[in-house]
Design a binder for this molecule. Structure first.
Ligand code: ATP
Ligand code: MG
Length: 582
């Protein structure tokens, strides 16, 4: 999936920020809670001073009676606000992610068919599941963790500067030093993060492909081959993860050592002040406590650095997908197609999948309303391609395709496709009940209509024979049905749609002669008063057609009725003799 827009950190953060923007009030409450947590953390550190100076050195019972209670109160209040902050930020993060998943899903389905031909399924699944997960972890850790820690550091800095500004200056000299490894390792984590996600997508691709292809894997006893392919991909992912661990292994201890050096300096200089009598032990230990608390969040930053970088890498992938403009969209000023009544005209039409090699050339065709047009031709000649242009699954390269005189690019996609019922060459069914598969396009259809459609498609007998009838769940892609049963369901679905234009691509190819004859009758009923494009390799279908066109190498080479074409003794006759001889 190529993407030309370069997403810099600034752009990504800006986009993430805009995702959070709608929740700004909740966010402000969360931040207020964080502020209180931070202030109380400062107070906790500061309390070490009276603890040591008043209780341990001066032995004051007054403070002994006060301090423990104050401490409990501080913990309780801090705990409450901590919980509030945590819950609100978690909620914001999760809400953003929930909406993001839906948005990406919707965006994927806005894409044209060619997008699905180019993008492996596993890749898309991986973006919606795994990448968005990483984004969520990053958002929640950043927002939940970092902002709270940042405030805490500020308050603790106030405490140490208040107590001894010279020592404070000395101890924060090390904070910028701590930033260096964070930035340096950040780049590595980012690069590895991208690689990890790409490899995760590849793992999910292999999973998807081998599972959906299980019958072929078994038939060719390729289980071991698939396992090897999978394990080698998983091994690559493992190595990338270990590379990540390698950097983490160095980064964290490095931060500890830097923190340790800072601490050592404080003990050295602070200790000297106490020995010289310029400072109390209470000040010293309170200072040390605050400092430990300051270093804690900074070390935490280094710990979550990989997570954040991975999240940013994942964001690039998710935003990249969201930035993919659908190739086929309704124009802003597109009109709504009125019920089809006149003609479908293809003029000088040319089409290619790759922009280079035309699959259809010089197609000129006028189909009046009510006509049954049969399309025949050798395999790979472009029949299915031609059929897929009518619902605008792809945009044509040259020429035009007009319905009732209007270019289909000037009408809304919905109003165009609403008028077309399609039975595709590969029957496409969902892992749902028979009822829901038949009424897929319109869930409001009545039980009676669904039964009628099933009856017209000669599917009622086998459906009623099933123990659960219309409630039978048919498995992924209808795997629990026979090929012919699947075809009859997709015909029933087309019948129920009751659209004026019908596109039937080898709709009866999986049926035996007996059921074919029956379905043929159903299709005849269906075709009455409709305009039909029927791609067929059975003579019976073709004989019913008003007109036949023969496509060869993407061109219409012959056209006419069955008898006309036979008398030409050309392409059709050859095809007829080879394929259609019953
Ligand atoms: N999604 C695609 N991307 C690129 N090329 C394609 C795509 N689909 C089909 N083709 C190519 O376009 C040509 C026409 O294919 P099409 O499916 O229209 O043939 P057909 O006449 O329906 O054949 P069949 O009788 O076997 O179904 C073929 O050469 C095929 O390889
Ligand atoms: Mg085909």
């Amino acid at each position: 999936m190529s993407n030309k827009i370069i997403l810099t950190n600034k752009i990504i953060l800006n986009r993430l920020y805009r995702l959070i923007l709608p929740y700004k009030y909740q966010f402000m409450v969360a931040m207020f809670a964080a502020l209180i947590v931070a202030a109380l953390s400062g107070a906790q550190a500061y309390m070490v001073k009276p603890l040591l100076d008043k209780i341990f050195v001066e032995k004051s019972t007054y403070f002994l009676h006060i301090l423990p209670f104050a401490l409990v109160a501080i913990f309780a209040v801090k705990g409450f606000f901590y919980g509030l902050n945590f819950y609100l930020l978690e909620k914001i993060g999760q809400t953003v992610i929930r909406d993001m998943r839906v948005k990406v899903f919707e965006h994927i389905h806005l894409q044209s068919l060619s997008f699905f031909h180019k993008t492996p399924t596993g890749e898309l699944i991986s973006r919606v599941i795994s990448d968005i997960n990483l984004m969520q972890v990053a958002i929640t850790t950043v927002v939940v963790g970092l902002l709270r820690d940042f405030l805490q550091v500020i308050f603790l800095l106030i405490v140490i500067f208040y107590m001894n500004w010279k020592l404070a200056l000395l101890s924060i000299v090390f904070i910028p030093a701590a930033a260096i490894p964070i930035v340096k390792f950040g780049r590595a984590f980012r690069r590895i993060g991208t690689k990890m996600q790409e490899e995760t997508a590849e793992v999910s691709n292999i999973m998807h492909e081998s599972i959906t292809g299980a019958p072929v894997v078994k038939a060719f006893t390729m289980e071991q081959y698939e396992s090897k392919r999978f394990s080698s991909q998983v091994r690559e992912l493992f190595e990338t993860i270990m590379e990540n661990a390698k950097y983490r292994r160095i980064q964290h201890p490095l931060m500890e050592v830097i923190g340790g050096i800072g601490m050592a300096l404080i003990i050295w200089f602070g200790g000297k002040e106490v020995i010289a009598g310029n400072s109390t032990p209470g000040t010293f230990f309170a200072f040390l406590a605050a400092l430990v608390m300051i270093y804690e969040p900074i070390k935490a930053v280094s710990k979550i650095n990989p997570t954040v970088q991975q999240g940013l890498a994942a964001s690039v992938r998710v935003f990249g997908l969201l930035d993919q403009k659908p190739e086929i969209i309704s124009k802003p000023d597109a009109s709504v197609l009125t019920p089809f009544q006149d003609t479908i005209v293809l003029q000088e039409l040319q089409f290619s999948y790759d922009g280079k090699n035309p699959v259809l050339k010089d197609i000129n065709l006028t189909v009046p309303a009510g006509e049954i047009l049969a399309i025949v031709g050798p395999s790979g000649s472009g029949k299915s391609t031609l059929a897929s242009l009518i619902p605008r699954f792809f945009d044509i390269e040259k020429g035009s395709l007009l319905i009732d005189g209007v270019d289909i690019r000037d009408i809304t996609i919905k109003s165009l496709r609403d008028q077309i019922a399609i039975v595709t060459q590969q029957t496409i069914l969902f892992n749902d009940t028979i009822r829901d598969n038949i009424s897929y396009g319109d869930q409001n259809k009545s039980e009676k209509d669904i039964r009628k459609a099933a009856d017209a498609a000669y599917a009622l007998n086998f459906i009623d024979a099933l123990p659960e009838g219309f409630d039978t769940v048919i498995g992924e892609s209808g795997i629990r049905l026979s090929g012919g049963e699947r075809q009859r369901l997709s015909i029933a679905r087309a019948i129920l749609k009751n659209a004026p234009i019908l596109v039937l691509d080898e709709a009866t190819s999986s049926l035996d002669t007996e059921s074919e004859r029956e379905v043929q009758k159903a299709l005849e009923n269906l075709m009455k008063d409709r305009t039909t494009f029927v791609i067929a390799h059975r003579l019976s279908t073709i004989k019913n057609a008003d007109r036949i066109i023969v496509i060869k190498d993407g061109r219409i080479v012959e056209e006419g009725s069955h008898d006309d074409l036979l008398s030409l003794e050309g392409e059709y006759e050859t095809l007829y003799n080879m394929q259609y001889h019953d």
